[in-house]
Write a protein that binds this ligand. Structure first.
Ligand code: SF4
Length: 211
């Protein structure tokens, strides 16, 4: 089946899914959207209020900030693919629970396998820990980490940056590096470079970019 059809099929399955409690309190599923041929995807934690209402990822204030930072590096949101690790909104925007993340996991796995990106920019701690169990966002943000067939680049979640502390500046700095990070990620994948071993699920290491 071709890529577009496969992703449509996954979207349909997400919309029909009732495998965890989150679908009971949510209005709409938020499967993800954007350029399915992009080398770069952005993954957040879970839909919030505006996402639940519209069925689209990152459409509230955090989404606007994401769009601003994308623009600063020459991208529009339509140029990249954007999704979340869980597809229905947790009640009152609480953190997704481990069993909810585990139950929803196959959907994002299938989406990423189909899109086949070079770089996954993880937004916030939950998205980073989805790929790198032992990761700590304050320590690992801004580093390039090998995961399965792609690399991840953890940054703070835009919603956390909006709370008005130094995270806003850190997020801007990390975003500015994305074009160079993407180039580096392509080189690493092309050359089959093995990164230094670190502990964590499905990982072969991380690179302190020092850019
Ligand atoms: S959050 Fe994921 S696993 Fe839970 S009901 Fe929604 S799509 Fe299914």
């Amino acid at each position: 089946m071709e890529k577009e059809k496969l992703l449509e099929e996954i979207t349909k399955n997400i919309k029909d899914c009732k495998k965890c409690r989150l679908c009971r309190s949510a209005t709409n599923a938020v499967p993800g959207e954007g350029n399915i041929n992009s080398k770069m995807v952005f993954i957040g934690e879970a839909p919030g209020f505006n996402e639940d209402v519209t069925g689209r990822p990152f459409v509230g204030r955090a989404g606007k900030l994401l769009e601003t930072f994308l623009k600063e590096i020459g991208y529009k949101r339509e140029d990249v693919w954007i999704g979340n690790i869980v597809k229905h909104r947790p009640p009152e925007n609480r953190d997704p629970l481990p069993d909810e993340i585990a139950t929803c996991k196959p959907f994002l796995e299938l989406q990423l396998k189909t899109i086949h990106p070079v770089l996954v920019v993880t937004l916030g701690r939950f998205a980073m820990n989805y790929f790198y169990r032992d990761g700590k966002i304050s320590r690992d943000r801004g580093n390039l980490i090998r995961a399965a067939d792609f690399l991840i680049y953890p940054v703070y979640h835009p919603a956390a940056a909006l709370r008005g502390n130094s995270m806003m500046n850190d997020l801007r700095v990390d975003f500015k590096r994305i074009p160079e990070v993407l180039k580096k990620a392509e080189e690493i994948l092309e050359l089959g470079v093995k990164l230094p071993q670190i502990s964590g699920q499905d990982f072969d290491g991380q690179l302190n970019l020092g850019l």
